[in-house]
Ligand binder design. Sequence first.
Ligand code: NAD
Length: 343
Amino acid sequence: MPATRYIDLPAMRRLMDRVGIVGAIRGIRDNLREDFGRWHDFEKSPRTANHSNLGVIELMPVSDHDHFSFKYVNGHPKNIEQGLMTVMAFGALSEVKTGWPLLLSEMTILTALRTAATSVLAAELVARDDCRTMAMIGNGAQSEFQCLGFHHLLGIEEFHLYDLDPKATDKLIRNLGGQINLIPHSSINDAVKGVDIITTCTADKKLAIIVEDSMVEPGMHLNAIGGDCPGKTELEGAILQRSKVFVEFAPQSRIEGEIQHQAADFPVTELWEVLSDPRNGRESNEQITVFDSVGFGLEDFSGLRYIYQQAIEHGIGEDLGLMPVLGDVKDLYGFTQPIPARR
Ligand code: NAD
């Protein structure tokens, strides 16, 4: 009998206990390499986004010949004022041949894992090989996952932190300070000075200029993940003009990414193009590279695929009776009738 595995937040915590956060980021990064490496197997579309003046709610579907996945995710920077997270998500992975949902999962934690894994993959592909320092701008919910991924998978040794809210930086240091070299700064200028990589991970629904052109030095890699919907950006446009820009899926990034204000034919390279031919990547040590990340459905597919496999392997989560399995598949009505009382 088919089943739908359900991973709620407590189950995801148990799973992380088994595989470790870094293990999960590594496993998802491996899946991403595989899935972006077979780009043309996937049916892809920009996500649908329903905007309000407070935030956005999005649906992100993608499929190959065997599996379909979708994520429901929001982005509400003002949520924190009500004690709710900015980004929350859940999603599902299904079998294409029957439409049966194999997995229904929380995806708030999974989004942070897959976003870190994607950032790491992009940096592996296009940042300089000798990167050792990173500025982490925006020290909210995503930031620990980014720091752990870049430290353990890319060898970043020193993180320079800045957030408008010093309590967010304190929290990051409390969580990871014993494991990683974290240096707080009271201005973004100090945090980005001389680093190899700048990660921007701020949340504000406006055309912000968090990183100014004058802060960016030759050879830097920018991992820009916070500008991810129309009217929400983080980089001064002039930076893009003198950089090589990499994106996940150009049709979606042109709507949502840092490039939303550039010309419709502004040159970008999709990550899969670098995977298929490294000559499409960084061209010199002096070149500035930008990963203009918005988050694409294929990253959720790679993440869900990882979680499903681990959940089955470790026996975590419960099997849900979400879909009908009927004795007579045409008798749905009969299934709705009260079960006769036993005498
Ligand atoms: P969060 O609200 O938990 O943290 C954001 C932090 O940014 C806060 O601590 C806030 O004080 C800080 N901040 C806001 N404006 C700032 C500024 N001008 N300078 C410095 N710090 C500033 O949000 P989060 O869950 O960490 O997400 C961060 C951003 O990443 C959001 O915009 C979210 O939409 C985006 N995101 C992108 C992807 C992707 O795939 N690209 C995935 C997940 C989240």
